[in-house]
Design a protein around this ligand. Structure first.
Ligand SMILES: Cc1ncc(COP(=O)(O)O)c(C=O)c1O
Length: 354
């Protein structure tokens, strides 16, 4: 039986490393660079990406939850790992043992820490909500959170390593207002007696357009994967190259209908697009996309252009060969490029270029 998969993604670790170096230079500048490896490194494969990020000079990694942080610790040396999506059923002592820093937004998290890790000393980043309303302490709860954190720090249960927030990136003006709110919160925390080593608020978009938001550390995700966080600028304009590309082989050809099937569909994580939208490439020949189905796509063969079973087609991610970018596919699917790459997390084989 032929076990050759009908589809796969390639992940170029050298391209990712170049992006990390570029992010370091152009997005972080004098600040430290934290690379976000959440959601299996946006679908790219978290262990390989974690190694590559740190080797390319990233200071630290953002991992979303404790479980991911514990899983990644063996791949991260002693680099800082930050997890901030915390639930009451999480094992905070596992974070302490693996040396995973916790993003703290509420008093219940501090109470849980002092209960579960009384011997300390967990490194925490206190998060203030500066307008995003997704996570982070509300301004009216901030003082109490800081005061309790100081008390636990004095008891040796925690160390407040950082104060941080996240921006909504709805507009430059809104980001400016959020940065100002953040500085107010930092002043309040200092007045209470906290002495954090790091302040951080910016992800890809703000780090690019609002250098004053870089502070001590920037948390960069999507740009490092070569996908633009903007609608009006490509990743290439920003000096980043695609890391992931999606490929499928031709599984059957229907000459009468001038079409062929390729072996990747939405069951593999490919985002569906409306019928007769977009294209794929074979070598450098564009072939229009007719439909995306569960386990295959139907593509058309232009007159005089014959595909054969086994031919390999690129769906996105290799613009140098004329394929769409992840961002093009995202536009057809009416979503963002992050989703195009992240959706590939589990469905298909990842072939790493080292
Ligand atoms: C808290 C936090 N920091 C950093 C990032 C990275 O953002 P981006 O992918 O826009 O660079 C994210 C992504 O959602 C995030 O939630």
């Amino acid at each position: 039986m032929d076990m050759t998969p009908t589809c796969w993604v390639t992940v170029s670790l050298p391209a990712f490393s170049r992006n990390v170096a570029q992010a370091s230079q152009t997005l972080a500048g004098d600040a430290r660079l934290m690379v976000a490896v959440k959601s299996d490194a946006y679908g790219h494969g978290e262990a390989e990406i974690a190694h590559a990020a740190l080797e390319a000079g990233a200071h630290s990694l953002a991992v979303l939850d404790i479980e991911s942080g514990v899983r990644l610790r063996p791949h991260a040396g002693d680099a800082m790992l930050l997890a901030w999506l915390l639930s009451p059923s999480d094992d905070f002592s596992a974070a302490a043992h693996a040396g995973v820093d916790l993003g703290i937004s509420g008093l219940w998290q501090l109470e849980k820490l002092s209960r579960e890790v009384p011997e300390g000393c967990v490194s925490v980043h206190l998060k203030i909500d500066t307008g995003l309303h997704r996570n982070g302490a509300l301004p009216e709860d901030w003082e109490a959170l800081c005061a309790e954190a100081l008390r636990l720090e004095q008891q040796g249960v925690i160390q407040v390593r950082a104060l941080w927030s996240h921006l909504s990136d709805t507009s430059l003006e809104e980001n400016r207002r959020s940065v100002a709110r953040f500085h107010t919160a930092v002043d309040e925390a200092r007045a209470i007696g906290l002495r954090p080593e790091l302040l951080h608020i910016a992800a890809s978009a703000a780090a690019t357009d609002l250098p004053e938001s870089r502070l001590d550390l920037v948390r960069v995700g999507i740009s490092a994967y070569g996908v633009s966080p903007f609608d009006d600028r490509s990743a290439q304009d920003m000096g980043f190259e695609p890391v992931m590309s999606a490929h499928a082989s031709v599984t059957s050809v229907d000459i009468a209908r001038s079409e062929a099937r390729i072996g990747m569909g939405y069951g593999h994580g490919l985002l569906p697009v409306p019928d007769n939208t977009g294209w794929v490439v074979h070598n450098t020949q564009r072939l229009s996309l007719r439909t995306v189905d569960t386990d295959h796509c139907v593509i058309s063969m232009p007159e005089g252009y014959l595909l054969s079973p086994g031919d390999v087609v690129t769906l996105w991610g290799q613009p140098q060969s004329g394929s769409p970018r992840a961002e093009d596919w995202a536009a057809w699917a009416r979503t963002i490029g992050d989703e195009v790459v992240s959706a590939m997390a589990l469905g298909v084989e990842h072939r790493f270029i080292r």
